[in-house]
Design a protein around this ligand. Structure first.
Ligand SMILES: *Cc1c(COP(=O)(O)O)cnc(C)c1O
Length: 377
């Protein structure tokens, strides 16, 4: 039987045509018309004023966090349950991270707990984070209300790691109608091969502030000033997206609403097929429209999860645990943290299921049947 991957790209739109255009015009590197076209289309799609294309999602986070003011000794609050790139990007600036536990409803950073901790730290005269990096985990928007309140009370800059959540939005509350990536000062996205849209690899920063957008773009190109003489006014990076990648990204962006419909339909079919019987579907809050980047379920315990995973692997179905919380990883063992038990519980029981936009219903039913049969044994 055919292998069913976790999340593979679907390249059925204008990808080939745009790529051939790059070849025939000779614009294959970091100069070329697809880069600004992709940026403008992306900003429009997300509902942001400006977008700056980067070589990766991690690069976009690094630049956003640097421009948010991170430097040696700065404390950046990051959820402990996330892909390591969220925290690595902060560390590239020599900042330190404050790892925050998840809240059980959305698995995102527990904003209410962070809010209380900030007040306690302020009373004790302890160091406060200057930046909160909120991750929209697995495509589910975080509850931003306590984080927005904390940001305004303590003068904190919000950076969104929306790498997994392109197209997700809030439907109620002060951000109703807004898409992820637009709640803070910067929103960062990834176009890695397994994300909602891909550019082969790449990332994007969105912001409503023109001077921050200009500065971000400047930093992606070694902070080189215009003119022939290679004059640089600060240390930048080689982080610009190539025209070839932007061509691919633009073609994928044109299909975003179809991809989101598919992701949501896949999540709905898993929920229906797996309901009850020891399987709990991942977060879906009434106040959010998640992207369901990876449909993820919770089993009763780690043992059941392991049994299901090995059964799925034996029949060629790729299913994976989500990330080991950062406080359990060597580089972050000494980091400051708030809790971590909720994240550990989710980590122990969660399994991400095949969620490619090209997943057929026959394939999906195979996954569902294998799980149901294993759990019922
Ligand atoms: C994928 C991802 C990133 C990094 O994106 P790259 O494009 O792979 O560098 C960062 N944060 C999260 C939460 C991600 O899932």
């Amino acid at each position: 039987m055919d292998r069913i991957p976790l999340a593979e790209p679907l390249l059925a739109g204008n990808e080939e045509r745009y790529l051939l255009e790059c070849l025939s015009t000779n614009f294959v590197s970091s100069v070329g018309p697809f880069v600004p076209t992709f940026e403008q289309a992306f900003a429009r799609s997300v509902g942001s004023r400006y977008a700056v294309a980067c070589a990766s999602g991690t690069a976009s986070l690094h630049i956003a966090i640097r421009l948010a003011g991170a430097k040696r000794g700065t404390l950046v609050a990051v959820p402990t349950l996330t892909f390591i790139a969220s925290a690595s990007a902060a560390c590239y600036t020599a900042a330190e991270v404050l790892l925050v536990d998840s809240e059980p409803d959305t698995w995102n950073m527990d904003g209410a707990r962070l809010y209380d901790e900030l007040h306690a730290r302020a009373r004790r005269g302890q160091r406060l984070p200057k930046i909160v990096e909120i991750v929209q985990l697995l495509g589910h928007p975080a509850d931003m209300e306590p984080i927005l309140a904390a940001a305004s009370e303590f003068d904190i800059v919000i950076v969104e790691d929306a790498a997994e959540a392109l197209g997700a939005s809030w439907t109620r509350g002060s951000l109703a109608g807004r898409q992820v990536g637009t709640a803070g000062c910067f929103g960062c996205f990834s176009f890695n091969g397994n994300k909602i849209i891909t550019a082969g690899g790449g990332g994007m920063i969105v912001t409503d502030d023109v001077s921050l957008a200009d500065h971000a773009r400047h930093l992606t190109t070694h902070a080189r000033l215009p003119g022939p003489e290679y004059v640089h006014d600060e240390i930048g990076y080689n982080y610009r997206l190539t025209n070839v990648a932007a061509a691919l990204g633009l073609a994928q962006l044109e299909q975003l609403s179809v991809f989101l419909d598919r992701k949501r339909a896949i999540a709905g079919r898993y929920r229906e097929g797996l309901m009850g019987g020891g399987v709990e579907f991942g977060p879906s809050a009434a106040w959010a429209a998640p992207s369901f980047w990876l449909s993820t379920v919770l089993f009763d315990d780690a043992e059941t999860r392991a049994t299901v995973m090995s059964r799925l692997h034996n029949c060629g179905i790729d299913a994976r645990p989500i990330w080991r919380p950062l406080h359990l990883q060597d580089p972050f063992r000494g980091a400051e943290r708030i809790g971590g038990e909720v994240a550990e519980g989710i980590f122990a029981r969660a399994l991400a299921l095949p969620s490619s936009v090209g997943l057929s219903t026959t394939q999906q039913d195979r996954v569902i049947n294998e799980i149901v049969e294993t759990v019922r044994l």
